[in-house]
Design a protein around this ligand. Sequence first.
Ligand code: SF4
Length: 467
Amino acid sequence: MAQKEFRDYEGLVNRVSGIFGLLKYFPDELSDEEVEGVLHVLPKDMATTIGAVMAPRIRRASLAFLKGIQQWFDGARAAKAQGKKIILVPFNFPPEFVYCFENAYPLTSEVLTVSGVASLEGQGERYWDFAMGLGLPDYLCSSNTIELGSALTGADFEPDAIISAAPGSCDANSKIHEFVARYLGVPQFLLDKPVDDSPRGRRAYRTYFRSLVRDLEEFLGEELKEERMREVLNRANQATRLYYDLWEMRKARPNPCPNIFTLYAYGIRYTLWGTDIAVRVLQAMLDTVRERMAEGMYPAEEEVARCFWIYTFYYWDWYGFFNRMEERGITVLGDLLGSFFFQPVDTSTREAMIDGLADTCWDYAMTRQVGAESMSAQWVDDIAYWTSQLDADACIYCGHHSCKQTWSVFSLVRGEIMKRTKLPTLMLQGDAWIRRMTPMSALDEQIDEFVATVLKRKRTTTARRVG
Ligand code: SF4
């Protein structure tokens, strides 16, 4: 009789890191035939993602990006084996701060969720369901609850501590991180955003950041060393400059930067800033964009609409969302989570570096806008700035059904955007991380209708070469 093999229930991080582990055996260049062969043996959900990222126009940069994320996962496993502490951080916290410690390694909960949604058969749904099954409310944020639901199963790679930078910005994010810390019995370190956005508020935030530094030093038994900080932050600064080079190129019409690169750039920002890997991946993206720009390449005959996503975009169908959209001439210029105000950090002294990190942390979207004195005012100010910089034609909003912060001010924000920038704003329903809510075909239809009726006659930009 054939032997049946039973496998233990596995968590998201364990499964995803196993899958990404295979990437190290991939060559840096893959032919169309090789891609075809790989797609043939992959489970359906993963094959859809890999099929999207292996489109010839983005293949080289995609491989650099995927291998970068694979190294991030491998780094976490190696760190654990060496007795270092794994610190789970949210997507409004700079991972380079954790890299400044020798005995710590950062994992970012929302990036783990996106990795699961992109690569697992069944996406991250079973972990969302597990969290719901524990009695947690469904108005939690799917971006972190999917990964944290996995941590709650007790069958996953566990963090040794959690930093939460969401208090003052997002209750849903703060509470689920706190719940997981208590459930797993690991310490949680809080970084509060004061309501005050004046220079006095900034000073208070720097003070809170210093207390976080002391708490972590005590927890890790290690003093933050100036020389190591400088090494890490010099690499982070190098990545920051490359990030802005990419940003500058996105201003061209038609846009030479493939839609999915907006996701790659901040995927790297949230995980590997401060490492050589981040620099390498950004460089690979820049090389592709430069080549495309020089040849006037664009995936459609004309760029019909340049859309800025004023919150998040959808992460569960990379081909449908990024590739098919640009093949219809619709550019994704960026979204809020990938648009930053951070600057290279002054590395002259230890104190200056700590202040620079605190300022970087403040300027992440969720802290800067959602946690602002007036969320709607700060949100509109920032959108007006980015859309004018990137020469946008329109804005699109999607989030997830439970992001009460953004939903509560959306109508106000849409009205103000229209008044200030004259840009029409489309509102979409659905959940950025859960495909069950609204299918891509319905979203496509609404976007196409918006472009055809509101935008098409405005202006178009023809490509020199299609590809
Ligand atoms: S602000 Fe919205 S998207 Fe951000 S963590 Fe909170 S609920 Fe999620």
